[in-house]
Design a protein around this ligand. Structure first.
Ligand code: B3K
Ligand code: ZN
Length: 883
């Protein structure tokens, strides 16, 4: 076994002994190296002992010079190891000059300064700055930066950093330089630099206080003309934050650069966001509706970070959700306001269940605020982001939009310009609203998905409905003991006509019909609703008011009733999902049967409801994902789930053919492509109808699919058909796939889609094709998007084929984790997490997965990233110490 990685603990936090007020950086960029000259104004923190050594983080740097207050430091006065530069004795205040030499062209980890295509760019969050120069690389050291960049003028006409350009000039020998000054103190993780030959799309935004902000989106020249949607989204996000939270952009220049090689979606560097091209570039012929929506959301997300993350930043990395959960929540509010709130909510919950619930049930389980980590990059997780956003959403549910706004105002009044903690946020919310959120704080400390169980009793004599709510959080890998949480449970009661009743608790005055929020705080708690003349049907956890599993013994009839009538769109959808899950899980047990009539009838009614919103119909008629079904099983039966779901899909296609064909015809969208909620909803429903018709398995399905493909005039329709063609072994389908690759060979993002549909294919030979595609000339293990499109999509998205019973999927994954670890540890570690769930499968698969983990573990040199994932995955469960 390889050595267990060293952990960093939240409880060990201490304030930084030395602070940096000013940073002057000079970058001398060359094709085969870069020289970084840094000048730091350093002072000892108040109350820190004078003998405290100065420790600067630094990795893979060549130190070329070191001067303290202008004097070169003799060798004996400092120590260098592979992670730090230590100077034992320093004055109270001093200037430290450091020159480091780095090799951006060899940086395949994509952390620090690296090359992507023809440009230089940076990624410093979380700990990338230490790969550029020696520095106290932690978020609670905030400094003002002045950055000078020099490079070849022809190769790199555009030189960018944070803040404002303040000077520029000729550097001789065909080189030039530009100097940038960022007026806002910031942590090193928000530093950014870009150099390249870039196209610039410019615009302007005027804030309510009358300031003009220059907006610019930079891309490679080949992508000119593909940034309109991103720019529109940026302006919409700026307006939204002004209108909703009274927050204005504080910069004169807001710059966005799109790069091909990027580990994540995007990065909120102060005034200079760097984006994965995937979240910038769009034209109807290259981007799908989902791409358009994601671009808007990610542009919004990074922009919103300017306040939640940048102006108020993190004390330490354990607080990551303080900025991420909050910013995801703000992004979700923005997206809901721009489109259909119910559709967005359904999609959020679907993602939460697909990614976060499984994480809680795995050895990687951790609270929204983790207690310890070996590699912080492993904690940019669904829990920190999505569950973190749900926690913020619960403040919002408990306090209302006005109360939430008051709390956020208080947070900014108190903490603008500071590096703070989740407690500070909670305190601002509580104080501004004069409420006690002491118990609510447990959401930050406690991992695991709570189960809320509801039972009820109706007394026709008194007209009282007694609801018994209980909560229980099963133990997780990291925490055996759990305590009751403060859980908002939004509740509605429906009468027999399907109308909402007033939910009036004992001792309360009359109230209007509709949803109300019950606050569950105890392990068991009773609520009595009065004034009912008949037994109502409860609609529980409306809008998914808390990230929990809800258990209530619904009859099939009640679910069908809610599916038809609930005024809460989310819960209508949820009732349909429960119905379908029930049938599918029964089939997994006993083998597929004919689909029950009541179920098909409910589907038929939804499909033919003339008043329904096509987007919501499409959501309602989408079957629960294989992963979601898997989560509901004690031991995951991969094949049983797949076959049952495929069986139901085909049944729907066969039995509802007439209605599906009509929906297909009625929802054709004509005219210019518009990524608005109405057209997107229609395309979604039409493409779903196509999916079912294709699944029916007759020749009409394939014909229709080919016609759809050939007639498509936008990427949404194209991909809907191509996804199905990729499932088909018919020669016509194969020919179209080949032609697609030919046509789009120069467009990396479109080619990613081509890799992805094949990785997700239902074809029996899907795995063999994926293996062959790893040898395709366009496959590039150095490009994270490409790796995710092929290897990630197959191992994480094609559950059925990946979990082949012979275990070859696991061998494939382990091989790739090992290969990628030498290139890009972050990407390798993400992939390795797939194996961490080995205990959830049957013995044969579980053992094969563990063997794959052990093989990775035995590799001679593993990154900290992968080592942590493997160590946690193999750690025995149930007997751990917690700190
Ligand atoms: N803050 C970045 C994530 C950086 C990832 C570092 N491994 C993106 C975001 O959440 O906005
Ligand atoms: Zn973020």
């Amino acid at each position: 076994m390889s050595q267990a990685p060293t952990l960093v603990h939240l409880s060990d936090y201490t304030a930084p002994p030395y602070l940096v007020d000013e940073v002057e950086l000079e970058f001398d960029l060359h094709d085969d190296h870069a020289l970084v000259h840094s000048r730091l104004s350093v002072r000892r923190g108040a109350g820190v002992a004078p003998e405290a050594p100065l420790v600067l983080d630094g990795e893979e740097l060549v130190l070329e010079a070191l001067r303290l207050d202008g004097a070169a430091m003799p060798e004996g006065r400092y120590r260098l190891d592979e992670a730090a530069l230590t100077i034992e004795e320093v004055p109270d205040r001093f200037t430290l000059e450091v020159i480091t030499r780095i090799r951006p062209q060899d940086n395949t980890r994509l952390e620090g300064l690296y090359r992507s295509g023809g440009m230089f760019c940076t990624q410093c969050e979380a700990e990338g700055f230490r790969r550029i120069t020696y520095f106290p690389d932690r978020p609670d050291v905030m400094a003002r930066y002045t950055v000078t960049i020099a490079a070849d003028r022809d190769g790199y006409p555009i030189l960018l950093s944070n803040g404002n350009p303040v000077a520029s000039g000729d550097a001789g020998a065909g080189r030039h330089w530009v100097r940038w000054r960022d007026p806002f103190p910031k942590p090193s993780y928000l530093f950014a630099l870009v150099a390249g030959d870039l196209h610039c799309h410019e615009d302007c935004h005027t804030t309510p206080s009358g300031r003009d902000i220059r907006l610019a989106i930079y891309t490679e020249h080949t992508n000119a003309g593909r940034t309109e949607h991103a720019m529109r989204s940026l302006k919409a996000a700026m307006r939204w934050d002004e209108d909703t939270y009274g927050l204005e952009c504080d910069l004169d220049n807001y710059l966005v650069v799109a790069v091909d090689d990027f580990n994540m979606g995007a990065m909120e560097n102060k005034g200079l966001n760097i984006f994965n091209t995937q979240y910038i570039l769009a034209r109807p012929e290259i981007a799908t509706d989902a791409d358009y929506a994601n671009i808007e959301a990610v542009i919004g997300h990074e922009y919103f970070h300017n306040w939640t993350g940048n102006r108020v930043t993190l004390r330490d990395w354990f607080q990551l959700s303080l900025k991420e959960g909050l910013t995801v929540f703000r992004e979700q509010q923005f997206s809901a306001d721009r489109g259909s709130p119910a559709v967005r909510r359904i999609q959020e919950v679907r993602t939460l269940r697909a990614a976060q619930f499984p994480e809680d049930a795995s050895p990687m389980a951790h609270p929204v605020r983790p207690q310890s980590y070996a590699e912080i990059n492993n904690f940019y997780t669904a829990t920190v982001y999505m569950k973190g956003a749900e926690v913020i959403g619960m403040y919002h549910t408990l306090l209302g939009q006005d109360g939430f706004r008051r709390g956020l105002d208080r947070y900014f009044q108190r903490h603008d310009g500071q590096a703070v903690t989740c407690e500070d946020f909670l305190a601002a919310m509580a104080d501004a609203n004069d409420v006690d959120l002491g118990q609510f704080a447990r959401w930050y400390h406690q991992s695991g998905t709570p189960v809320v169980t509801v039972t009820d009793e109706f007394d026709p004599q008194t007209g009282h409905l007694t609801l018994m709510l209980s909560q229980h959080t099963p133990p997780t890998a990291d925490q055996p003991e759990k305590q009751p949480l403060h859980i908002p449970v939004a509740l509605g009661l429906l009468d027999t006509d399907g109308h909402d009743l007033p939910v009036r608790l004992s001792g309360e005055d009359e109230r209007a019909a509709g949803t109300r929020v019950l606050e569950l705080r105890e392990a068991e708690q009773r609520f009595v609703v009065e004034g009912l003349s008949q037994r109502p049907v409860p609609s529980l956890l409306r809008g998914f008011s808390a990230p929990v599993r809800l258990e209530y013994d619904y009859s099939d009839e009640s679910l069908a009733f809610l599916f038809a009538n609930d005024s809460d769109d989310f819960n209508r959808w949820e009732a349909g999902q429960r119905l379908a899950s029930r049938i599918l899980l029964r089939w997994v047990d006993r083998g597929p049967e004919d689909a029950p009539e009541y179920f098909l009838e409910a589907f038929r009614r939804t499909l033919t409801d003339p008043a329904a919103d096509p987007a919501l119909v499409a959501e309602a008629l989408t079957l629960p994902a294989e992963g979601y079904l898997a989560e509901q099983m004690e031991v995951i039966d991969v094949a049983g789930i797949h076959h049952s779901r495929e069986h139901l899909r085909a049944e729907i296609g066969r039995r509802l053919g007439t209605e599906l064909r009509k929906a297909y015809d009625d929802n054709r969208v004509t005219g210019t492509y518009r990524p608005d909620p109405v057209d997107m909803g229609r395309r979604r429903l039409r493409n779903l109808a196509l999916d079912y018709l294709f699944a029916a398995g007759d020749s009409d399905g394939l014909e229709r699919c080919l016609t759809h493909y050939r007639e498509a005039d936008n990427m949404t329709d194209t991909m809907a058909a191509l996804t199905l063609l990729a499932d088909s072994p018919m020669p016509e389908a194969e020919a179209e796939l080949e032609a697609f690759a030919e046509r789009w060979q120069a467009d990396p993002l479109v080619l990613d889609k081509w890799f992805r549909v094949q990785a997700l294919s239902r074809r029996e030979d899907a795995f063999e094709r994926v293996r062959a595609l790893t040898d395709h000339p366009a496959f590039d293990a150095g490009n994270p998007n490409r790796v995710r499109a092929l290897i990630g999509a197959f191992c994480q998205g094609n559950t059925y084929h990946f979990h082949r019973s012979d275990g070859s999927g696991y061998t494939f994954l382990a091989d790739w984790v090992l290969a990628l670890d030498g290139i890009n540890p972050q990407i390798a570690a993400r992939l390795a997490k797939t194996l961490s769930r080995w205990r959830r499968y049957d013995e044969g698969r579980g053992t094969a997965m563990r063997t794959a983990l052990e093989r990775i573990d035995q590799a001679p040199a593993l990154s900290k990233d992968v080592r942590e994932v493997i160590a946690r995955s193999l750690e025995p469960q149930g007997d751990k110490q917690h700190g």
